[in-house]
Ligand binder design. Structure first.
Ligand code: HEM
Length: 441
């Protein structure tokens, strides 16, 4: 097949670096311009030419054809040294086996048990806030999601020092990941202090995961209510199970897929609410009415709370930029795509298309009275590689938001509104909100 892609090229590429300076300066702004050049647009990251899909239909096509558009490309080249061959990074050829082995840990019947852990962890963090405190939102949300995930995955709470180390290292890796996607290997592999810190952080997180598995195997008991027990006990049709190396990769995958993503979602939801006091009032009315006993029993009744999470995920989808690699010559939107081509898709770009989401830039939980087309809302991806933790994440985000709303009103602090920082996720950097105790609580 002809190797030249006939899709429109995004303007502004400079020799050697291509679009790297624009991507480093203003990645979201640059990304937002791409649909104006066509449904399929090429960008250049150094010497690599990548094809960006700009419509919901083409995104869906890429997601559903996971054998042709296999895991790979810039985002996964960066993730693989950290996540190895875990469920999120393994190629199509290994995916079905892994997904089958891991699925029991995410069985919906286990959700109430996980939700109880989440609700307890959320209350512990939120109850420690003081009236008038300027809450460092992302740090606090990360504390909840790290504790909740560590306990649901590993069973017992991590020792405080290990927890702090884990959070710090995961943070460092996630923050550096966008630069590592954009910058060439020669810079990423150079022994610069930042690269050395990144390598040390990766090694340490793996070491922690390894230690936990070894300890659990030594103890010999798999009779716990946590995900690791499920993974240790699970067997395939042929009696095969996950090796220690595979288990480390899965735990690393859960840490990276499940902590930052939900913390960022909650942080944006809180900022959006602080900017829309009328909607925050409605949320308070809902939680006051619904949460009369154990919040876990009332999860399905938290309708507005769930819609606020949906809206936060639409406006600020954490995994905003993902890649695939064409495993064979194919075509996309009428354009030839050669084997080996990097294909990029972005939920951020799809979620802000005004033709799919009227007043796309506006925070409007009521738009969920009529949900958007399936193709136009993809915060959890789609097809066979769709997020296995979707149910967990939505339950977690809804419960945490309701737990906060029950006790606190959050008000903006003009000098600390935070700015949008795209990295491995889209973070609200520097966001602090004032916690005001609610009189009804
Ligand atoms: C708001 C929170 C979350 C968001 C926005 C999110 C988003 C996503 C997306 C977009 C994918 C697909 C990636 C791709 O197609 O390349 C994915 C996959 C995955 N997610 Fe999540 N995720 C979230 C929470 C979680 C949680 C809590 C867990 C685990 C506890 C988790 C575990 C995974 C795993 C293991 C995969 C790989 C699935 C596979 O390839 O079969 N995620 N996630």
């Amino acid at each position: 097949m002809e190797t030249t892609c006939t899709a429109a090229a995004a303007p502004g590429a400079i020799p050697v670096l291509g679009h790297v300076p624009r991507l480093l300066r203003d990645p979201l702004g640059f990304w937002g311009t791409l649909p104006s050049y066509g449904d399929l647009v090429t960008v250049r990251v150094g010497t690599i030419r990548a094809v960006v899909v700009c419509t919901p239909e083409l995104t869906r096509h890429v997601l559903l054809n996971d054998k042709i558009f296999d895991k790979g490309g810039l985002a996964y080249d960066v993730a693989r040294p950290i996540l190895g061959n875990g469920l999120g990074t393994c190629p199509h050829s290994q995916h079905r086996r892994q997904r089958r082995l891991i699925q029991p840990a995410f069985n919906p019947q286990r959700l109430p048990g996980y939700s109880r852990v989440i609700a307890r962890r959320a209350a512990a963090v939120v109850d420690a806030w003081q009236p008038g405190q300027a809450v460092d939102v992302l740090t606090e949300m990360t504390a909840i999601t790290t504790h909740a995930l560590a306990e649901t995955v590993l069973g017992t709470a991590l020792a405080a020092d290990v927890h702090a180390e884990l959070t710090e290292n995961v943070n460092l890796i996630v923050l550096q990941s966008l630069r590592r996607i954009i910058l060439p290997d020669v810079i990423n592999n150079f022994p610069l202090p930042a690269n050395l810190r990144y390598n040390r952080a990766t090694a340490r997180v793996k070491q922690i995961a390894h230690g936990i598995i070894t300890e659990r195997r030594r103890a010999g008991s798999t009779d716990h209510d946590d995900m690791l027990s499920m993974l240790l006990a699970t067997t395939d049709f042929d009696g095969g199970s996950l090796s220690d190396a595979e288990l480390v990769d899965q735990i690393m995958t859960f840490f990276f897929a499940g902590i930052e993503t939900t913390a960022v979602t909650l942080s944006w939801a809180l900022r959006l609410l602080s900017d829309h006091p009328d909607i925050q009032d409605q949320l308070h009315a809902e939680v006051d009415q619904v949460l009369t006993g154990d919040p876990v029993d009332h999860l399905p009744e938290l309708v507005l709370t769930a819609r606020i999470i949906n809206e936060a995920l639409r406006l600020y989808p954490p995994t905003w930029l993902l890649t695939r690699i064409a495993s064979t010559d194919t075509e996309l939107g009428g354009h030839p795509i050669a084997a080996g081509t990097t294909v990029v898709f972005s939920s951020y770009l799809i979620h802000r298309r005004p033709d799919e989401h009227p007043n796309a830039q506006r925070f409007d939980p009521d738009r969920w009275n009529t949900p958007p087309g399936r193709h136009a809302y993809v915060p959890f991806g789609g097809g066979a590689r769709k997020c296995i933790g979707e149910g967990f994440a939505l339950a977690e985000a809804t419960l945490v938001l309701a737990t906060i709303a029950r006790r606190w009103r959050l008000a903006p602090i003009p000098s600390q509104r935070g700015r949008i920082l795209p990295g491995g996720t889209i973070r609200p950097k520097g966001l602090r909100l004032r916690a005001i105790a609610r009189s009804s609580s």
